[in-house]
Design a protein around this ligand. Structure first.
Ligand SMILES: NC(=O)c1ccc[n+]([C@@H]2O[C@H](COP(=O)([O-])OP(=O)(O)OC[C@H]3O[C@@H](n4cnc5c(N)ncnc54)[C@H](OP(=O)(O)O)[C@@H]3O)[C@@H](O)[C@H]2O)c1
Length: 257
């Protein structure tokens, strides 16, 4: 028998029902979302330690628990497309986006495709083509990369569509525009990493941040935070939309803008 779904205590907004699972919360949230014109509504999901680190020994795996996984997969189950930076896909060994058949069945019942598109953006054209995702015949992967990347994409088992853009026009606003206009993506989930998240923030392309704060201290340098690179032109103010708790982890949903 399958394990029972994790249950969360909703701390904010006040007056919300006590314990609940991720599914009804996310169903209600997605029903109320309204994508902006010309690009997908973009949700970003991260897990961090309480001292603000996004990795343990170079990967996020050691940070998230069952509650984090249920939120992570619950978001994947409901969006039109999932993206992550090439480095994240490489390090985390990305595979099929929705492995659980029951999640794919629920998508079909909602009138969506069986699984979300996977989307990869690379300006260098150095693609992680050896990850399991590209070996999965059911996966549909949209790759935004220069024309030179074409040779690496031939012969892969996944259904890959290469949108060839040269570095000057390979910008995140252009990718967002094309995802909406050419691929019908109204909701996009970005799963990091810090470099891609920072670039999306700098372009004003992030609508919501889902941040799991794990009850762990990891130590080490500040290099491994959820953002990276140069400071943003000015601090981005977040609106706390909900706060959940489960077994000491805090699950915050923030709105931007
Ligand atoms: N805790 C968490 O929730 C979490 C989530 C995700 C990742 N992580 C961790 O984060 C690490 C990987 O993150 P990362 O920051 O090194 O890399 P990343 O954000 O995964 O990927 C960075 C790459 O994105 C590509 N890119 C495309 N458009 C870009 C743009 N406009 N600006 C900048 N880059 C763009 C570039 O690839 P090209 O050079 O090919 O152009 C760049 O090198 C891993 O250790 C992973 O485990 C943690």
């Amino acid at each position: 028998m399958a394990d029972p779904a994790p249950r969360f205590q909703q701390l904010l907004p006040q007056g919300a029902p006590g314990e609940l699972e991720a599914a009804p919360l996310l169903d209600e949230m997605f029903a109320a979302l309204s994508p902006p014109a010309g690009r997908p509504l973009t949700l970003v999901n991260f897990v961090a330690s309480t001292d603000g680190r996004a990795t343990v020994e170079g990967r996020s795996r050691g940070l998230g628990d069952d509650g984090d996984r249920s939120m992570f997969h619950g978001l994947r189950e409901r969006v039109d497309a999932v993206t992550a930076g090439p480095m994240t896909m490489r390090v985390e060994r990305y595979g099929r986006i929705l492995r659980a058949p029951e999640r794919r069945e629920r998508r079909l019942a909602r009138g969506q495709s069986a699984e979300p598109l996977a989307c990869l953006v690379s300006r260098s054209g150095r693609l992680p083509t050896d990850i399991p995702l590209f070996g999965c015949p059911e996966a549909r992967v949209i790759v935004f990369a220069p024309a030179t990347a074409r040779a690496d994409l031939d012969g892969l088992a996944a259904q890959v569509e290469h949108v060839a853009l040269e570095p000057d026009s390979l910008t995140l606003p252009e990718v967002a525009r094309r995802l909406r206009a050419d691929f019908g993506v109204a909701t996009l989930l970005c799963e990091g990493g810090p470099t891609l998240f920072s670039a999306l923030l700098a372009e004003g392309l992030v609508d919501e941040l889902f941040l799991t704060l794990a009850p762990l201290l990891v130590g080490g340098g500040l290099a491994a935070a959820i953002t990276s690179g140069a400071p943003l032109p000015e601090p981005v103010r977040l609106r706390l939309l909900w706060l959940l708790e489960r077994e000491g982890s805090l699950f915050a949903r923030y709105g931007l803008g």
